[in-house]
Write a protein that binds this ligand. Structure first.
Ligand code: GDU
Length: 606
């Protein structure tokens, strides 16, 4: 190499590693020594970083060689699941409100205090097209609580109720795209009430982008000394939990369950206790929370896969692989709904995973946590030789069961989506398209509607009379945004906890157009309520606000479609919804007090 004379031994070694990885083309056009020497060194430093942080074995040499193999298979149309036959695995379906649900929630409640939470939040959310990190999105407009605030408040509330003095740890996986903004947000809000030492950020590194079937890396547009990189997928979380020593530390600190969750699912933790009850009862090493899945919905299907040689595993089959797998194994219609149930027979993976900590640590020690990778190039034409844009290897956290022995106990807990799953993933256009094909829109508006719906439905399950609001269209997406009910985590997270807020549910009546906010971290008890309007009840930690009798009538709050002008000027979080919340009349009560009113109240503080 002409430039050898200007490189240190280490730098020359790195250039050799690149050659060995089949990446000599990146340096082929380098000018003679004396020109751009510092830039060449910077390039080699990046290569060093990529080599050292590359997931899996062999650094970038291993990465490039795995890429060539996977790209060759992909070009030939080899289905990675060829030879496997899917069937519907056994699992437990939960019905909130049933005696069985209460039993499991009680059983799992004892384990909530031994959970550690892992939030994967390294994704940019390209489908959503939001300008900031998704964790900062408001879950709903009544309180404008962000996803990060909500998760931290839920963890804190669960810790207070079940932790017996322990801090429940939270690890957040971030990437270069999200790291700075996530830590700035935590700092700006004093970790949302969590102790900074219970929160760990683990950062996933990107991997080289690949331009062709020879696994050749790509240079950044306009910078011939910078290798273009892309995210490697949420599966990196297991390597990081191992490499950063988080899993080991948690286990030593007495954590018995590791709870994985995604960046924008505000419903993630309400059914945690019940699902943990299933893990305990069935002694599950891996328990995937699942929902009845609509065919073609962008969630993977959990399947029992078996092969003729007798091998078998229960694992997620990602949504883009389920249809070809089914067609290739004799189900000629592919990914379709069962006409009897209206759902795909395969439970939908919501990537809310509960792992038993002991076995998880053992598997990480043995395997390092590196998961099987896949490649998903978008080919320019039928010849499958050129790509529309560079690709990369990826991995998914729910593929973890592939690391386990066939005897490992892997199962799922299925429940209605209103209780556990409503992510915000799609831009308005994509959400309209999703809804048009009969799958949930996963938009900012449906995420908000489902936050309210959860509490309305839980109150109904307990026996309260909560009317159902009409579906309205905003930007072509049909959602029901009323009644708007928010109960903050400090008041209740689980169905069992909500029970003590409404001890006489038959005496609680909420009209379709109402807004009820139950805020704070104290005790709120509502014996008898007739609400048609907006009511805000707030009790701080240590306070008890007791509503013995209350009838409220006011014009309340309303969602209003954005006008054409507002659409141009409104905040991005409103534009992505298509409406704003007009806060009109309201009635409020806060602090330690008893409210017993025989008259009808309208507005103001009680
Ligand atoms: N993520 C990372 N790093 C990455 C990519 C993603 O941390 O490199 C995080 C995201 O921030 C997010 C989570 O991983 O919190 C999931 O990412 P996506 O929302 O892009 O995931 P998909 O919608 O493609 O699919 C995943 C699962 C599906 C199904 C679905 C449900 O792969 O099977 O469970 O989530 O939301």
């Amino acid at each position: 190499m002409d430039n050898k004379g200007i490189l240190s031994d280490e730098e020359f070694g790195l250039a050799t590693v690149l050659q060995e990885a089949g990446q000599g083309h990146l340096m082929a056009q380098w000018p003679m020594p004396g020109t751009d020497d510092d830039l060449k060194r910077k390039f080699l430093q990046q290569a060093k970083h990529l080599h050292e942080t590359s997931p899996g074995e062999g650094g970038i040499i291993g990465y490039a060689s795995r890429a060539r193999k996977l790209l060759a298979d992909s070009a030939e149309g080899v289905n990675p699941l060829d030879g496997w036959s899917p069937s519907v695995p056994e699992g437990v379906a939960l019905e909130p409100g049933s005696a069985r649900y209460a039993e499991l929630e009680e059983k799992g409640g004892g384990e909530v205090g031994a959970c550690g939470f892992v939030l994967v939040a390294g994704g940019l959310g390209e489908r959503l097209g939001y300008g900031d990190i998704k964790l900062k999105l408001p879950t709903e407009l009544c309180t404008e609580t962000s996803y990060l605030t909500l998760y931290c408040a839920q963890i804190q509330a669960l810790q207070t109720r079940y932790g017996e003095g322990r801090l429940l740890p939270l690890a957040i996986m971030v990437s270069d795209d999200t790291a700075d903004k996530t830590s700035a947000e935590l700092d700006a809000h004093q970790h949302f009430g969590l102790d900074p030492k219970q929160v760990t950020l683990i950062k996933q590194e990107k991997v080289p982008a690949i331009q062709d079937n020879d696994g050749r890396f790509v240079l950044e547009d306009g910078d011939k000394y910078q290798i273009s990189t892309k995210p490697h997928g949420h599966g990196d979380v297991h390597t990081l939990m191992h490499r950063c020593g988080v899993a080991r530390r948690w286990r030593e600190d007495g954590v018995r369950w590791c709870v994985f969750m995604q960046d924008t699912n505000g419903l993630a933790l309400h059914s945690l206790a019940a699902a943990l009850g299933v893990s305990v009862e069935l002694e599950l090493e891996v328990n995937s929370m699942a929902i009845p899945r609509k065919a073609k919905q962008a969630v993977g299907g959990i399947a029992r896969l078996t092969r003729e040689d007798g091998s078998a595993m229960t694992v997620n089959v990602e949504y883009n692989q389920l249809d070809p797998l089914l067609r290739g194994s004799g189900h000629k219609d592919g990914d379709t709904n069962d006409p009897e149930t209206g759902f795909s027979p395969y439970p939908g993976n919501i990537n809310q995973l509960l792992f038993a900590m002991g076995p998880y640590c053992e598997v990480l020690e043995k395997t390092g946590g590196a998961l099987e990778e896949f490649v998903n190039p978008k080919y320019a034409d039928e010849s499958r030789t050129t790509f529309k844009k560079p690709t990369r290897l990826e991995c998914m956290m729910q593929d973890y069961p592939k690391l386990l022995s066939p005897e490992a106990k892997v199962g799922f807990t299925s429940m209605a989506p209103w209780l556990c799953f409503s992510p915000v993933k799609n831009s308005l256009g994509d959400a309209q398209a999703a809804q048009a094909k009969g799958t949930p829109p996963a938009s900012a508006s449906s995420g908000e509607a489902d936050q309210y719906h959860l509490w309305a439905e839980l109150l109904r399950k307990l026996g309260c009379a909560v009317e159902t609001g009409a579906v309205q269209e905003y930007e072509g997406i049909g959602v029901s945004l009323s009644p708007r009910i928010v109960v903050q985590p400090g008041i209740a997270v689980t169905l069992h906890e909500l029970k003590s807020v409404v001890p006489s549910p038959a005496d609680v009546k909420i009209s379709a157009d109402s807004t009820l906010l139950v805020l704070g971290a104290g005790t709120v008890v509502i014996d008898k309520l007739d609400l048609d309007g907006t009511l805000i009840l707030q009790a701080a930690a240590g306070e008890t606000l007791h509503v013995k009798r209350l009838t409220v009538r006011n014009s309340g709050w309303h969602c209003q479609a954005l006008t054409a002008e507002e659409r141009d000027s409104a905040a991005e979080t409103l534009r992505m919804r298509g409406y704003r919340l007009a806060k009109g009349e309201q009635c409020e009560a806060s602090g330690a007090k008893v409210i017993d009113r025989s008259d009808t109240v309208s507005t103001g503080a009680l």
